[in-house]
Design a protein around this ligand. Sequence first.
Ligand code: FES
Length: 97
Amino acid sequence: MFRKLHEPDSGITIDIDGVPVTAEPGEIIAAVLLRQDEPWSRLTPITRSKRAPYCMMGVCFECLAEVDGIAWVQTCLKEVRAGMRVARQIGRRRLTP
Ligand code: FES
């Protein structure tokens, strides 16, 4: 859906649903999610419809995903880090690990 306007000079690797993905240092997770072939971040708890990052400024909560085992992270407010594990959030949050 989206692509970068330039090729990054250096990249780091993060993991999205078990797939290694290249990201640029300082980039936010939501931007990386939007560049994927399947550009969504979560499924709604009731209807399981796909949601994707929208406002990119912490207002809409459409970008929620699980980051390093922590659910309900607003991915538009968090920068990537090498080795970070991102999982698209499916339905309701688990209360126990
Ligand atoms: S994209 Fe709207 S809160 Fe993250």
